[in-house]
Ligand binder design. Structure first.
Ligand code: XMP
Length: 532
């Protein structure tokens, strides 16, 4: 994954912790726990962590993640040999513990999953102390500690130099350490919510490893700016601005670094929400005095979408037009050499596939991928080390208004995917009005920040109603509101009946063209968040 050559963090002097990823589902959570402790860390897949990589990365400590494989299998993943003589503190978790034992002279036995006779263990377990070490400061104060286990194999013989500091009924080596070499290894997952004191264990580990906690947003901002200046020199940079949090924060940061060398392009495809174009353009042009092209391409997009009702066709048309338009306006900027993108760290990590298998295309997501190659541009991605909440923190640090930072995500294809079936201008107008009333209701009830995303979808169906003494035959709409952490899974938001009733009444009274309101109570999976 990791071309860090142009990443701000790669240029930084932060103390760095390396997480070697053996493919656990929860490796990202280790990074989250460490970032919360102001420790800068990067996740790298084990295949790329060679002896040379380790020497170049120069971490102050290393964590070996869990993983799905069995160390008893020939050819299963290992840590680089030089790790064991590097003099670095190492913490092994689950598979990471087993790798440590195997490579350092202990023994691991297969559990049910890998065909051995040992006991697999999944879920809650309680660990008993066996002596005390600094790693466990703050643990066992109220008796045994709850931890989360998820392992098939288990360690059956410790490597020389290791002792046991905690046991659970099915894991006699739940907590082990070689104190002389600063090697620690646990069978459970301290990074997950169900190990309530897991964060304390990480805190103790990084304290012992001598981290000073120098990863702050203020420091990141300064160093990211220096790195952008160094990367870009006096060349021009263009940035596709959607008004979403990521591209907004990236644009403001880059503008702070290189001023008018940056030009942003905001494409109005006619599928934006009520007042959105004015809001975004005013904010950037007036408040930041940033060169901004407001590309009004409504005719082009709506023209090409005319008569199209297939979701994938609609998405593909929009994606292609977006690239055409962007290219046209980028040319006008002159000899831009760089394209700025608000790529986040989870996108970078997710681009590594352990299985190597292609995943099924559920939807053709719209982004500007492929654009840099076509246009011969290099990428500037100043957020590629950050998680979403860190981007928000950086946005606050840069003085972006809170209303912008807390905005719900809005998809690239915009209202097109909230208007199942054919898109028409009258339908879009109705949708905009209904959406504005719905969001107003949510804000008035103080619920906006509790919700990941909320919107109205206008349904391709008319229903009969009665208003006053007359018959109506208007569109039905669906309200959608979900809670989510990352958009990958989601649950519907449990509005009260009073709220739903009041909102339906307002929409039907205030929006001409809608006479029926429904609430979508589908979670993801099996549904998706958007309707198309
Ligand atoms: P789904 O509908 O796939 O949406 O559950 C998950 C999240 O992604 C957003 N989304 C998109 N964002 N381009 C984007 O930039 C797209 O094509 C796109 N499709 C869905 C959606 O709003 C939700 O936050």
């Amino acid at each position: 994954m990791t071309d860090t050559s142009h990443s701000p963090a790669a240029e930084m002097t932060h103390e760095r912790l390396l997480i070697v990823d053996f493919g656990s589902q929860v490796t990202q959570l280790i990074a989250r726990r460490l970032r919360e402790l102001n420790v800068y860390c990067e996740i790298h897949p084990y295949q790329l962590v060679t002896d040379a990589f380790l020497a170049e990365f120069a971490p102050k400590a290393v964590i070996l993640s869990g993983g799905p494989d069995s160390v008893t299998r020939d050819g299963s993943p290992r840590a680089p040999e030089s790790l064991w003589s590097a003099g670095l503190p190492v913490l092994g978790i689950c598979y990471g513990q087993q790798v440590m034992m195997e490579q350092l002279g202990g023994k691991v036995e297969g559990g049910k999953i890998s065909g051995g006779g040992g006991t697999a263990e999944f879920g809650r377990a309680f660990v008993k102390p066996e002596g005390s070490i600094d790693l466990l400061n703050g643990w066992f104060t109220d008796g045994d500690e709850q931890v989360w286990m998820s392992h098939g194999d288990h360690v059956s013989k410790l490597a020389p130099g290791f002792d046991v500091y905690g046991t659970s009924p099915n894991a006699p080596y739940a907590i082990t350490a070689d104190l002389d070499r600063n090697f620690y290894a646990v069978q459970f997952h301290p990074e997950v919510h169900h190990t309530p004191k897991g964060a304390t264990l990480y805190e103790n580990f990084v304290k012992m490893a001598g981290f000073s906690g120098d990863w702050t947003m203020g420091a990141y901002r300064e160093q990211a700016i220096a790195a952008i200046r160094e990367q870009v020199g006096d060349a021009k940079v263009i940035c596709g601005l959607s008004g979403g949090v990521d591209s907004s924060v990236a644009a403001v940061l880059i503008h702070e670094a290189i001023g008018d060398q940056l030009t942003c392009v905001f494409v109005d495809h006619g599928l934006l929400r009520q007042g959105e174009a004015e809001e975004v353009v005013t904010m950037f042009r007036d408040n930041y005095n940033m060169p901004l092209i407001h590309a009004d391409e409504q005719e082009l997009f709506l023209g090409k979408l005319d008569g199209q009702d297939d979701p994938e066709t609609k998405r593909k048309i929009i994606g292609k037009l977006f690239i055409d338009v962007f290219q046209k306006h980028a040319t006008a900027v002159g000899d831009a050499k760089f394209l700025a993108q608000g790529t986040l760290y989870p996108d970078v990590i997710e681009s590594v596939s352990f299985s190597g298998g292609p995943s099924v295309t559920i939807k053709s997501h719209h982004n500007v991928g492929g654009l840099p190659e076509k246009m011969g541009l290099k990428l500037v991605e100043p957020l590629r080390e950050l998680f979403k909440d860190e981007v928000r923190a950086l946005g606050r640090e840069l003085g972006l208004p809170a209303s912008f930072i807390g905005r719900h995500p809005f998809p690239g294809p915009g209202l097109a995917i909230r208007c199942p079936g054919e898109i028409t201008r009258p339908k879009l107008e109705i949708l905009r009005k209904a959406d504005a009333v719905y969001i107003d209701q949510i804000r008035k009830h103080g619920l906006y920040d509790d919700i990941w995303q909320a919107f109205v979808a206008i349904l391709p169906v008319r229903t009969v109603g009665v208003m006053g003494d007359g018959r109506t035959y208007d569109f039905a709409c669906a309200l959608r509101a979900v809670t989510s952490v990352d958009g990958m899974t989601a649950d519907y938001y449990p509005f009260s009946h009073e709220f739903l009733g009041e909102t339906a009444t307002r929409i039907i009274n205030e929006v001409e063209g809608i006479n029926r309101v429904t609430y979508d109570i589908t979670s993801k999976p099996p549904g998706t968040i958007e309707w198309e």
